[in-house]
Write a protein that binds this ligand. Structure first.
Ligand code: SAH
Ligand code: SF4
Ligand code: F3S
Length: 456
């Protein structure tokens, strides 16, 4: 962390002494956004604030925004309406950061229409938050700290993690792919990889603290670029798996175009790596994929999925799909359904195409009407849900290794854990089982959203 920011942390801490102030962060985006929020929480904790879940009771509220789809904006405006009322009745600092603040239109709108916001910060300036908050408190003025140019990578920010057993580690920032529908490259800047040494140090530290599961994060993890010692993503995976104490390694998101054989081999050779691989499809039609700028065809995707399944024993796949990309015809959409049938994804994150100002696809005049997009979404959902039972039943009578995560929410005699393919399993623990342990269970029942098992 920068020295001058450390000083501002001390200054805010001094100001807040004996006041027992509370903070609350509302995270609206993806796992990268979530990981940023953990760092924001780390800085606020050092400034003397303590966490409170209900942001309506907090003295300092941070909204960490997302802008990947339009509904994110509606959600933010809703929350701003609520908080305006609270702000009228009490002293409260409101800071808004994250991806949406990197969009010029949104930045202007927040400045103009929501003058009660105290601090606005961007994705490249998050590490200046101590200074921004100090200025907002002391000078009682509006602080805007957003820059367009890609930020440097700031190492060593304090962090307050959401879990004691599972941790996210960002390995790279930004994206160079410019998929034609996507705003992320505009708000997160170009790809910047962290030094492998820093990543490994962080994971080693986590292992020492008792963390068992690590998720490596980036918009396109398999285009990670290291140095002479650890050159690429496959080598990074191998190195992370060697760290003692870490039992599980996940990564999100890889891009199919960069899924090289050495990455597949690294997965196949390391039993610590998750057996659910996220392979974002977006569309199953080659013409649409080309217009999306995804750089693979339907056949290449199917071949890759097949290759991963053949080489990695017990692997299942999950995916992201967008329906209703501009110009998509019914026939082209059928190709998406065809790939879904052929690959038989264990999990699908389905999205209705959302027009993002500034992207190439937003300029197209052949936008698909809302009702057609919704019909396609329903059709895809139906197909996916029709496979869920069958996909869950295949687990019955198998032995699965679980990381115990918590007591079951509905029955505190039961524990809950996840398989290496990310399935939730509920089981009755024996006397020695503790949260954070890895145990073996035999699956006895399959339900729609969870499995039941017996400890063996
Ligand atoms: N870098 C990752 C994730 C990007 S955002 C990847 O490429 O897989 C997560 C998902 O949001 C994307 O995979 C995509 O399916 C979806 N998405 C992105 N832009 C979208 C848009 N304009 N409309 C609808 N869904 C979108
Ligand atoms: Fe967006 Fe494509 Fe980059 Fe993913 S790879 S963040 S979908 S531009
Ligand atoms: Fe949203 Fe930014 Fe993540 S736009 S999906 S929070 S990178």
């Amino acid at each position: 962390m920068q020295e001058n920011q450390e000083k501002f942390i001390e200054k805010v801490k001094e100001k807040n002494k004996n006041k027992k102030l509370k903070y609350s962060i509302l995270t609206m985006g993806c796992q990268l956004n979530e990981n940023d929020s953990e760092k924001i929480a780390g800085m606020l904790t050092k400034m003397g604030y303590s966490e409170i879940d209900d942001y309506k009771k907090a003295d300092l509220v941070v909204f960490n925004t997302c802008c990947v789809r339009e509904n994110a904006e509606e959600r933010l405006f809703g929350k701003l309406g609520e908080i305006k009322k609270i702000k009228e009745s009490k002293n409260l600092i409101l800071a808004i950061g994250g991806c949406m603040m990197q969009e010029k239109n949104m930045l202007e709108k927040i400045k103009k229409s929501y003058p009660f916001v105290n601090v606005i910060f961007g994705t490249h300036t998050m590490q200046n938050l101590p200074e921004d908050i100090y200025n907002a408190i002391v000078k009682n003025e509006k602080v805007k700290d957003v820059i367009d140019i890609d930020g440097e990578i700031y190492e060593g920010l304090p962090i307050k993690r959401n879990s004691k057993y599972r941790a996210s580690v960002t390995i790279m920032y930004g994206c160079n792919n410019f998929c034609s529908y996507c705003i992320v490259p505009y708000v997160r800047g170009r790809e910047r990889s962290r030094k492998p040494e820093r990543i490994l140090e962080e994971v080693e530290e986590l292992a020492k603290e008792g963390y068992k599961e690590i998720t490596l994060l980036g918009q396109n993890v398999n285009s990670y670029k290291g140095n002479e010692k650890i050159k690429n993503f496959a080598e990074l995976l191998n190195a992370v798996c060697k760290i003692e104490g870490i039992e599980r390694v996940n990564f999100i998101s890889p891009h199919p175009k960069d899924f090289t054989d050495d990455v597949i081999n690294a997965i196949a050779n390391n039993s610590k790596i998750s057996r659910i691989i996220h392979l974002p499809l977006q569309s199953g039609n080659t013409k649409v994929l080309n217009e999306m700028n995804r750089k693979y065809t339907k056949e290449q995707y199917l071949n890759l999925a097949e290759k991963i399944k053949n080489k990695v024993e017990g692997v299942v796949l999950s995916t992201d799909i967008i329906v209703g990309f501009p110009g998509e015809t019914d026939e082209e959409f059928e190709d998406t359904l065809d790939v879904v049938k052929k690959v038989n994804f264990e999990q699908i994150f389905m999205f209705i195409y959302s027009k993002r100002e500034g992207t190439v696809a937003a300029k197209r005049e052949d936008q698909v009407p809302e009702e057609i997009k919704h019909k396609r979404f329903e059709k895809l959902k139906e197909l996916y849900e029709s496979r869920v039972d069958e996909n869950n039943e295949k687990y019955i009578n198998t032995i699965q290794k679980l990381l115990i995560e918590d007591k079951s929410k509905n029955n505190d005699k039961m524990f809950e854990g996840r398989t290496q393919t990310n399935k939730v399993v509920i089981f009755e623990p024996n006397d020695t089982n503790e949260i954070g342990d890895i145990v073996s269970v035999k699956i006895t029942e399959a339900h729609k959203w969870y499995l039941k098992g017996e400890i063996i």
